[in-house]
Structure formats: C-alpha cells, structure tokens
Write a protein that binds this ligand. Sequence first.
Ligand SMILES: Nc1ncnc2c1ncn2[C@@H]1O[C@H](COP(=O)(O)OP(=O)(O)OP(=O)(O)O)[C@@H](O)[C@H]1O
Ligand SMILES: [Mg+2]
Length: 161
Amino acid sequence: MAYAKEVATRYCETIQDRIQSGDSLIFCGQLGTGKSHLASCIIRAAIEAGRSAAYLTVTDLVIEVRSTYCSGSKVSLKNILEAWIGVDLLVLDEVGQAVGSEDGWLLFHVLDTRYRRQRPTVIISNLDPERLERCLGPRCMDRLREGGMVVPFTWSSWRCR
Ligand SMILES: Nc1ncnc2c1ncn2[C@@H]1O[C@H](COP(=O)(O)OP(=O)(O)OP(=O)(O)O)[C@@H](O)[C@H]1O
Ligand SMILES: [Mg+2]
C-alpha cells in the first residue's frame, strides 16, 4: 500500500511535469483496494494545477459511443471521442470489463491517440498485468509503459474492514 500511495503522491507533486511528459499509470488489483480513490486524488491535483482532467469508465465510454449510432443523434462519434482524447489527464476505470465487441478498437483508438498527443492516462483494472496486457493488447501496454509504471494493489479490500 505504501508504494501505491508514494507513487500517487509523487505524481501529484509533479503533476505539471507528468502531464507535460505524458507519463501514464496503470493501477491493477483486487476489488476495494482504493484504486479509484487514489486516481481521484490525481484528478484533483491536476485540476488544482489548472489542467483539465476527467474520470471515465469503459462502460460509460461504450454507452456514449453507442448513443451516436442512432440516426437522430446530435453528437458525432468524432466529437465524443475527441472530448475524452483531448483532456490533459484521463482516468479510465474498469478496464477489462467486457462490454461488447467495440471495446477493443475503442480503447486502442483513445489510448493510442492520447499517446501520440503525449497526454497521460491512468488505467484502472481488476486484472493482473499479464491479463490486462492480453485484454488491451501488447501495443497499448507498450505505449502506456513508456514513461509510466504499473502499480499493483495487492492488499485486502477496504470495504470489508
Ligand atoms: N487508504 C484508505 N483508507 C481507508 N479507506 C479507503 C482507502 N482507500 C480507499 N478507501 C475506501 O475504500 C473503498 C474502496 O475504494 P475504491 O472504490 O477506490 O476501490 P477500488 O480499488 O477502485 O475498487 P474496485 O476494484 O471494486 O473498483 C471506498 O469506500 C474508499 O473510500
Ligand atoms: Mg474502482
């Protein structure tokens, strides 16, 4: 736990540099271990530093994208994706929750475009790093690891204490 807290604290203290360099983080681990909680502290640090930051789950992303498929949709797929790709810091939660056939290309598109624009993403997943790599694919994981790090959350849930 100390390691995760230390990584997040250091990330928050150097938030401008981390955003400038596009340094991503991968929080992996058991249910209830505080991954979303710690990521929300990073969002807060980014906003307090005057940067834009957002929290999104993969399910939210897929629902938003599917809503553009109906003919009466006032929002285009491009605009929806641009909103999430354009934010300085994005926390993408619940990665590895299978939500349909779209999630593969969608996640790659969002993560790869953010990588090319040098914008950091905090990925949160209940999968271990090996299973996460199988889920996202090696190309996504390779991009996320560049300048970033994998932080394991291995202790028991805060919810049952
Ligand atoms: N360091 C901590 N001390 C005490 N409570 C904590 C701590 N970190 C998180 N919590 C609390 O534990 C609960 C679970 O935290 P959180 O939702 O961030 O876990 P999670 O790892 O994202 O879980 P899941 O994988 O199920 O999404 C929340 O109620 C949160 O406020
Ligand atoms: Mg969570």
